[in-house]
Design a protein around this ligand. Structure first.
Ligand code: FES
Length: 153
């Protein structure tokens, strides 16, 4: 089966389970396997969006997307390097009031958008865990290798 987007470079490989058992597509993009990030339609400059990717019998991958003013898109695991707590203030709010940096809601650590480095706060010098994502055809995809394995694996 072949699904064409604008560049016609995405090919459906097989179905996997994602988000509470709904069957969604595993696709090949530029020679790598990706899965659709559900419920994210757009990420405007200087905004952030949380997402969850879940596979049956696997732990959820909790992450977020952020876009710089210059349009570059980045994604990180939603886990602060200080304590492992989720970073966000509200469901999609990961940014400072200036919207130029990521900020942890627990103790206020601040991180650069482009590499996730903490430059202020209790985990200074540590990094958010980056996630490989692709934006294509108006949708967002997470690298299949980033999907968490079962805790027992
Ligand atoms: S848990 Fe994020 S700064 Fe402490």
């Amino acid at each position: 089966m072949h699904l064409c987007f604008s560049s016609c470079s995405i090919r459906i490989k097989k179905h996997i389970f994602i988000n509470k058992g709904f069957s969604l597509k595993k696709v090949a993009i530029d020679g790598d396997d990706y899965i659709l990030i559900p419920d994210v339609d757009s990420v405007e400059p200087l905004t952030s969006k949380a997402f969850t990717v879940a596979r049956e019998k696997h732990a959820n991958t909790e992450g977020f997307l952020v876009r710089e003013e210059e349009d570059a898109l980045f994604a990180y695991t939603n886990s602060c390097p200080h304590t492992g707590a989720p970073l966000n203030w509200t469901p999609d709010q990961f940014l400072t009031t200036s919207r130029r940096y990521i900020q942890c809601s627990v103790h206020g650590a601040m991180f650069k958008m482009n590499d996730g480095e903490c430059f202020s706060g209790p985990c200074i010098g540590k990094f958010l865990k980056p996630l490989r994502v692709k934006e294509q055809g108006g949708k967002f995809y997470l690298a299949y290798s980033e999907v968490k394995k079962s805790p027992s694996v």
